[in-house]
Design a protein around this ligand. Structure first.
Ligand SMILES: Cc1ncc(COP(=O)(O)O)c(C=O)c1O
Length: 473
């Protein structure tokens, strides 16, 4: 019998693992005798003690038994040892897997290697916030305790959020309606589980936020995309047939930056009522919207109780926090709460407790005020630099809110775009085209300008590099 030791951990564990493998592979059959400890010790050139310990381990796992007078034998295996054959990875194992594998390639945004990275979603780095957060976390560890959290979320956090949302977003709700989730991504997933059967029609915006739409598609949604313009989703283009769900980013359309106008919002709500459709309102960068007073949310205009309002702390604090919330409509509350419970039994309690005190103490709003001011400075710097350097070569899309905007390239065709991107990357500038976010390709190429993660000086340099790349093209 050949035994290959894997060199991991203590010697007797390696021997036990190698013997276990031989038993499961059927090389030592049920009831078969294991070599005597002395013989095996000699063959492996190890101490007899290591073999004795290895046999004891096998006996503890019921893979072997000691029979008086006849040494150690392989125990009774309930099922015959499987013939080792690698499971096929070609065939999807479920409908979900099949749909997931059909999605276009995507990666989670990680830290890019570019010195000047204009990727949207880069957070505004803030040492003050992290210091405050560190203190809140250690105090929260005592408050939250070691028991399972409440699946719906830490109640003081829900109370603090209900107060904040009512004052700042016009979202009037009971803390009991708020479900704490692991970011917008989990909100979309839970809503899909609760609302969608395979092939259920789901309306989305064109362009759209890919990760949310991927999650909907993986759950079997049949996507119906509706174009957007400077006033947000073109409601006249909504399908005449009922849809189960409409997923929108009305306050700051992703990624175009448009804000949905009030008449469109009212028309959308009317359409949703007529077509018995739920609306998922993704208010992802609430807190960084519009320089002036924020416009009303769909939730605040909804008298039919069919808006599922979702928010996240990924933009307002930082995305590694993985916390967000759903304000649940009455009719879906119980099912969404149960779906969350079945999914993960509740989000991490210490982070929730820390966030609760951060919001209650109004430090959150102070942080938002400061961050908004800084984002505004950066936005002005980058917009002014773009206008000065590139003038008529570009058109700047809506940019009165959020942390990114789009520029449209007037003098560059789609065929020249890859060269521009490579040249930019070679000079340390990370550029990201916007057309992959569209289902209907736009007439000219555009670039996403995510500016929040770069300082004013870095933004000026980034625009210089961009100008050079576009001029040379
Ligand atoms: C449109 C949109 N929704 C939501 C989010 C936030 O998602 P999460 O809360 O899962 O981090 C983002 C982040 O980039 C986004 O762009």
């Amino acid at each position: 019998m050949q035994l290959l030791l894997d060199q991991q951990g203590a010697l007797y564990e390696q021997i036990a693992r190698a013997l276990k493998q031989a038993i499961l592979d059927g090389r030592i059959v049920e009831g078969g005798r294991l070599p005597s400890t002395r013989t095996l010790a000699r063959a492996l050139q190890v101490s007899r003690k290591s073999i004795i310990l290895a046999y004891e381990l096998l006996c503890a796992e019921q893979l072997a038994v000691v029979r008086a007078g006849s040494g150690t034998r392989v125990g009774k295996l309930v099922a015959p040892p499987p013939i080792r054959r690698a499971p096929s990875i070609k065939k999807p194992t479920s409908g979900y897997t099949a749909r997931m594998r059909n999605l276009p390639d995507f990666t989670l945004r990680g830290r890019a290697a570019h010195r000047y990275n204009l990727q949207c979603g880069e957070p505004l780095l803030n040492a003050k916030l992290f210091n405050a957060w560190r203190r809140k976390l250690s105090a929260a560890a005592l408050r939250a305790g070691p028991k399972y959290p409440t699946a719906g979320g830490f109640m003081p956090l829900r109370v603090a959020l209900a107060d904040y949302l009512g004052r700042r977003r016009g979202v009037i709700c009971d803390p009991a309606d708020i479900l704490i989730v692991g970011g917008t991504q989990q909100a979309v997933t839970l809503v899909a589980r609760v609302l969608l059967d395979a092939r259920a029609p789901v309306v989305i915006e064109d362009p759209h936020y890919q990760l949310a739409v991927h999650a909907l598609k993986a759950h079997g949604a049949r996507i119906v995309s509706v174009r957007t313009d400077a006033d947000g989703m073109v409601v006249q283009a909504l399908p005449k047939r009922p849809a189960r769900l409409a997923y929108l980013t009305p306050a700051h359309q992703f990624p175009s930056g448009a804000t949905m106008s009030l008449p469109r919002k009212m028309e959308l709500l009317r359409w949703a009522k007529t077509n018995d459709c739920w609306i998922f309102e993704d208010d992802y960068d609430a807190g960084f919207q519009a320089d002036s007073r924020p416009l009303p949310t769909l939730h605040s205009l909804d008298v039919g109780n069919r808006v599922i309002y979702a928010g996240s702390f990924s933009k307002t604090l930082f995305p590694s926090l993985r916390l967000g919330y759903i304000v649940c409509p009455q009719a879906l509350r119980r099912d969404l709460f149960t779906a969350k419970l079945l999914n993960d039994l509740g989000s991490a309690a210490i982070e929730q407790a820390a966030l609760a005190t951060y919001i209650q103490s109004r430090q959150y709003e102070k942080h938002l005020r400061e961050a908004r001011r800084e984002v505004l400075i950066r936005r002005r710097v980058v917009v002014d630099a773009l206008r000065r350097s590139l003038g008529a070569r570009i058109e700047i899309g809506p940019h009165d809110g959020g942390m990114h905007f789009v520029i449209w390239l007037n003098k560059i065709g789609f065929d020249e775009l890859p060269t521009v991107l490579v040249k930019a990357a070679n000079s340390g500038l990370g550029l990201y085209p916007v057309h992959p976010y569209y289902r209907v390709k736009p007439s000219r190429p555009g670039l996403l300008i995510g500016y929040a993660g770069l300082s004013a000086a870095q933004l000026k340099r980034a625009v210089e590099l961009l100008t050079e790349c576009l001029r040379r093209a």
